[in-house]
Design a protein around this ligand. Structure first.
Ligand code: FES
Ligand code: FES
Length: 403
């Protein structure tokens, strides 16, 4: 048994727990906070979502012992919260619940969105809420309710708080410390991301030559510069990395090798992947391949991927079509976001952002579309929700991972 002390809904709480006890059981069985519901107990349905240090997390896959010192806010702790009250009214008005089993988790995730979202774009809300499943109501009313609250608050000149006031989000309970309140009841997670060695990713890269991607798909885009100019740009690793939202290099790249990291966030899950990639290029066919692997240490996830690209003349020869084939495998806690639909949606947006930045850089300008929130790509945000997952799998596999 382990002794822990934490703050739950504004009150200090201590107790002893077995290392295997998850936070939802600790709250429900030990504290009678049964507003936190358990559905899948597998990190998929989102019914158990609560706030840990201000960050929405899935309490069914969070060990209570890992939250020693953390500030926990459950649905009961949001009784008097202004945003949650508005959401409750909107859910009632829009018939956004039937049995109500998913509703506590929905409200917690939606509250985070209301805090962070600049506008009420329906698609972005749908993507950001994709980690919360409802088995009986359907999502139309839920999305309408959330949209209405965001729109009403922005109309009242209540601005969005970028990243919810957090400088870094991470797995449950891992970031407690110097939290600053962004409202009466919620604190931000303190960033604690120590650099992690990429050796494991490297060894996986070189070990397993027979690796076959779990899934693959194609993407393409056109930039309005001649093929030779684009080809030369693709040979400059730093320039290419600068076009990837949330990505940064962690070492001096060579034409054949690069080490880096990328931060992404999908719904309530955030990850920082760190890893490395091998680069191959064939000038005769204007094609290349990037094979990478990485780890997201804090979520105990790993990713591996390969991106093949080919540059083709387009239009009158003054433009270039970039054709990509991306294969990936994602394992660990984040594997739930490896479903092809989510990944491809994210990849489409990521590719669009990459293409926009590439075009800007080819024109001698800085990349403009970094989709960067809190220093990382916010896939759950209203702007880039779709991009992160895919980027994570895609370029995440190439460059990849940690956190
Ligand atoms: S019960 Fe936790 S995600 Fe389903
Ligand atoms: S209202 Fe019943 S599961 Fe969502």
């Amino acid at each position: 048994m382990n002794q822990i002390a934490l703050n739950i809904n504004g009150k200090p709480v201590s107790g002893s727990v077995e290392p295997r006890t998850h936070l939802a059981d600790f709250l429900r069985e030990g504290r009678d906070l049964t507003g936190t519901h358990l559905g899948c107990e597998h990190g998929v349905c989102g019914a158990c979502t609560i706030l840990v240090d201000g960050t929405p997390v899935r309490s069914c896959i969070t060990y209570a012992v890992a939250c020693d010192g953390a500030e926990i806010v459950t649905i009961e702790g949001l009784d008097d919260d202004e945003i949650t009250r508005e959401l409750r009214e909107a859910f009632k008005r829009e018939h956004a619940l039937q049995c109500g089993y998913c509703t506590p988790g929905m409200l917690v995730s939606a509250r985070d969105l209301v805090v962070r979202s600049v506008d009420s774009d329906e698609h972005d809300i749908r993507v950001a809420m994709s980690g919360n499943l409802c088995r009986c109501t359907g999502y139309v009313g839920i999305i309408k309710a959330i949209r209405s609250v965001i729109a009403a608050r922005r109309t009242r000149d209540i601005a969005a708080i970028s990243g919810g006031g957090r400088s870094i989000v991470g797995p449950a309970g891992s970031g407690h410390a110097s939290a600053e309140p962004n409202n009466a009841s919620v604190r931000r997670a303190a960033p604690v991301l120590a650099p992690q060695p990429a050796a494991s990713a490297k060894s996986r890269l070189s070990m397993d030559p027979g690796w076959i991607p779990q899934a693959s798909f194609d993407q393409k885009f056109v930039v309005s510069y001649p093929r030779q100019q684009v080809w030369e740009m693709f040979g400059r690793v730093r320039d290419v990395a600068a076009c990837l939202p949330g990505a940064s290099l962690t070492g001096e790249p060579t034409p054949e090798h690069v080490e880096g990291q990328i931060r992404v966030k999908v719904g309530p899950i955030a990850a920082e992947f760190r890893g490395q990639a091998e680069i191959e290029r064939d000038e005769s066919s204007h094609s290349g391949k990037i094979t990478g692997a990485g780890d997201a240490v804090r979520s105990n996830s790993a990713t591996r991927g390969v991106i093949s690209y080919r540059l083709l003349p387009a239009g009158d020869g003054q433009s270039t079509e970039v054709a990509l084939t991306i294969g990936y495998t994602l394992t660990g806690m984040l594997a739930q976001f490896g479903r092809p639909g989510i990944v491809q949606d994210v990849a489409a947006r990521l590719t669009a952002a990459f293409a926009k930045n590439l075009e800007a850089r080819l024109g001698g300008k800085a990349a403009t579309d970094l989709s960067s929130r809190d220093g990382g790509l916010d896939a759950g945000s209203l702007l880039f929700s779709a991009v992160a997952g895919r980027l994570k799998e895609l370029f995440g596999r190439l460059f990849v991972s940690r956190s």
